[in-house]
Design a protein around this ligand. Structure first.
Ligand SMILES: Nc1ncnc2c1ncn2[C@@H]1O[C@H](COP(=O)(O)OP(=O)(O)OP(=O)(O)O)[C@@H](O)[C@H]1O
Length: 316
C-alpha cells in the first residue's frame, strides 16, 4: 500500500541519507560436506531486507556451517549466496556485521580500543568507529567499562562487546550466530531494540537461536533446520497454518474417555480437561457430540500453536 503520501511521510521521518544500500540475501542450494558427513544439504532460503529472520534447529543441525558459508569463512561444496541478485563478493561481506560462533576477542586489550580497531578493519574512519562504539557502549550499559581489559568482564558483558563489534557502523546486513545466548533479560531487550533499528533501515538480519520464545516474539520469518536440511520456513502464521490443530476441552465430568475417540489424538488429559489434536476431518465434531451426550461442556476452544509445538512437529 505504497502511495505518494506514504513516501512523503517516510522521507520526513527517516532522512534519505540514513537509508542504506541494502538488499535481500539469497542462499541457493548451499551444501557442505565434511568427509562423509553432509552438514548442510541443499539449503535454500532468503533473508529479506528489513526483516528479522530467526534460524533455529537442534545441536549439530547445520546453522553455524550455513552462516559460515554465507559469510565466506567456509567454502560451500555446492550452491551459492546472492546479494542484490548477483553472487556475493568479499567487498559486500566486508560491509556486513557478523557475529561468529567463535567469539575471538583479545582478552588483554581494552574494550574501547579493541572495538575501534575492529571498526577500522571494517573500513570505518577512526572518528566514525569511535563515535559508533561510544554510542553502543552506552546503549548496552558498558560505558563505565570502556577502558577495562576484555578479560575483566563477565561472560555476559563480553557477549555485549561482541554484539557491538557486529552492529557498529552502518552494516548492510547482519549475520549473528547465537547473539542472545548468555544475555540477561534487560540486555535481550536492548539487543532486540537495536536489531529493530537496523531492520527499520532496510537491513536483512539473520540470527540463530535456541530460544524459541524469543524467536517467536521477535521474528518476521523463521527457518527451521534439521540434520542439514530446511524442514520449515515462513512467517510464524504461515507455519501455524500447517500445524496440526489443537483444542482444549473442559467437561463437567472426567475427560479420560477422549482417548478412545477415533481420529482424535489426546495430547494430555488431566481430570476434567483434555488437550486434543484432530487428526481426521470430522473427528472434532464427533468428539464434541459425544462430550455433549455425556454431560456439560464448559469449553471447546482452538489453541494457538506455540513455536515450540511447531518446532517439535517439523523436526520429529
Ligand atoms: N570443521 C568441521 N569438521 C567436521 N565436521 C564439522 C565441522 N564443522 C561442523 N561440523 C559438523 O557439521 C554438523 C553441523 O554443525 P554446526 O556447527 O553447523 O551445527 P549447529 O546447528 O550450528 O549446532 P549448534 O546449535 O550445536 O551450534 C555437525 O555434525 C558438526 O559436527
Amino acid at each position: 500500500m505504497s502511495t505518494s503520501g506514504d513516501t512523503a511521510t517516510t522521507t520526513l521521518t527517516r532522512p534519505a541519507a540514513r537509508q542504506r544500500a541494502t538488499s535481500d540475501i539469497e542462499l541457493r542450494h548451499l551444501t557442505r560436506s565434511f568427509g562423509e558427513i553432509r552438514a548442510v544439504d541443499d539449503v535454500s532460503f532468503t533473508v529479506t531486507a528489513g526483516q528479522l529472520t530467526g534460524f533455529v534447529g537442534g545441536n549439530g543441525a547445520g546453522k553455524t556451517t550455513t552462516m559460515r558459508m554465507l559469510m565466506g569463512v567456509l567454502s560451500p561444496t555446492a550452491g551459492e549466496v546472492l546479494w542484490g541478485g548477483r553472487p556475493i563478493t568479499a567487498l559486500d561481506r566486508r560491509r556486513f556485521g557478523y557475529m561468529p560462533e567463535e567469539r575471538g576477542l583479545y582478552p588483554k586489550q581494552g574494550v574501547l580500543d579493541q572495538l575501534v580497531y575492529l571498526g577500522r578493519l571494517r573500513g570505518l574512519s577512526a572518528s566514525a568507529a569511535r563515535s559508533s562504539v561510544t554510542t553502543h557502549l552506552e546503549r548496552l550499559g558498558l560505558a563505565e567499562r570502556a577502558k577495562d581489559h576484555v578479560e575483566k568482564l563477565s561472560l555476559g558483558n563480553q557477549q555485549r562487546v561482541q554484539i557491538i563489534a557486529a552492529l557498529m557502523g552502518e552494516p548492510r546486513a547482519l549475520v549473528l550466530d547465537e547473539p542472545f545466548s548468555g544475555l540477561d533479560p534487560a540486555a535481550v531487550d536492548n539487543m532486540a531494540d537495536l536489531l529493530r533499528e537496523h531492520t527499520a533501515h532496510g537491513v536483512p538480519v539473520l540470527f540463530s537461536s535456541h530460544q524459541l520464545d524469543l524467536v517467536e516474539r521477535l521474528c518476521e520469518r523463521l527457518v527451521v533446520l534439521a540434520t542439514g536440511r530446511v524442514v520449515a520456513a515462513g512467517t510464524p502464521d504461515e507455519l501455524r497454518a500447517t500445524s496440526v490443530s489443537r483444542h482444549r476441552l473442559v467437561l463437567s465430568g472426567d475427560a479420560g474417555w477422549v482417548r478412545g475417540i477415533t481420529g482424535v489424538h489426546a495430547v494430555d488429559v488431566d481430570g476434567h480437561t483434555a488437550l486434543i489434536e484432530v487428526v481426521e476431518p470430522g473427528a472434532g465434531r464427533a468428539l464434541l457430540e459425544e462430550a455433549l451426550r455425556r454431560g456439560e461442556v464448559h469449553e471447546f476452544s482452538p489453541q494457538r500453536p506455540s513455536l515450540a509445538q511447531i518446532y517439535r512437529e517439523v523436526t520429529a
